[in-house]
Ligand binder design. Sequence first.
Ligand code: AMP
Ligand code: MG
Length: 351
Amino acid sequence: MHHLFGAFFLIIDNLIILKDYNFMHKKIILITLLLSCSLISCNINKEITYKDNVQIALGTVCSIKVDENVDEDIINNCFNVLSEVENELSRTNEFSLISILNREKKVKVNQEVFDLFKYSIDLAKNSDGKFNIAMGSVVSLWDIGGDNPRIPSDDELALVNINYEEIILNEDALTIEIPNDMEVDLGAIGKGYAADKLVSYLKSEGVYSAIINLGGNIVVIGEKNNESNWGIGIQHPDISNELFALFNVKDISIVTSGTYERYFEKDGIRYHHILDPTTLYPSISDIKSSTIIGPSSLICDSLSTTCFLLGYEKSLNLINNMEDYQAMFMLENNDIIFSDNFDIEYEILID
Ligand code: AMP
Ligand code: MG
């Protein structure tokens, strides 16, 4: 997990982002400001002052926005949870459990990490092998978002083993074992896993109104001021700091994957970080931006990456058959499409 450039959502709970809005944007701002004013005047005692607590963790910018009166120990514990996840799952932290597995090829884990592997392997099977945590050596060779991104040679790529079916999960012993020529990478799922842990912890401490943003992996807990939806903007994949959609949500996770998150360019070609297990090269998808919305951030995170890899027809098929998860895709031709069950209140901010 090396997601330093991964912050691709903007939270606009007070619509602070004022840029070159067209007429529709102005209208939305006006309505929101009017709504905010009337809420403030009607509920002056209820208004919560939220404090954004920001730290770098999991290789990305992580923010936890809660009532400013929430105990500082609780905030510190949240960042401790993120450090613990990093110590478990980060491929770039040489002391993590995953690094030990990648070096020593066998490791004992706790039940949660074991279940994460089990889920990941099931998803590999359900996505024709497109979602593949056994791509660690390939991710490492490309090093996209790392210090030395480069195009690996065919010889290097020929040596890697990405056959996830060779990962041995022993549920009784809680061990995970991989072949000598394999490495694993949980970058496509780790932030969602961490976000779910934070939600459980905050709720156990009685925090019922908050926004967690782990480098763009968002969870909103409860309602804003315990009475209204949160506004969450989705980054335009082609224009930095520009939103293309706005969701009004409560108690839900929203995760987007796209080529614009992490990439490098060489000879005019963009090489991005979502790698196709069939070619071992950046995936060529008809999806530019893949957003999944649902109750578990882990599942949203894994599915947003998977849908990007699958392309929109197979993705629609996958999401349409899921009860609790919804999708919005921006396609290469700029069309914006939704899964059949999409029932989130939204605005599209582009023509
Ligand atoms: P995300 O940002 O959640 O879409 O995940 C992208 C990250 O997942 C990459 O930076 C890699 O660490 C990892 N990854 C790349 N290709 C794959 C793949 N085919 N299956 C699973 N994980 C991948
Ligand atoms: Mg993901």
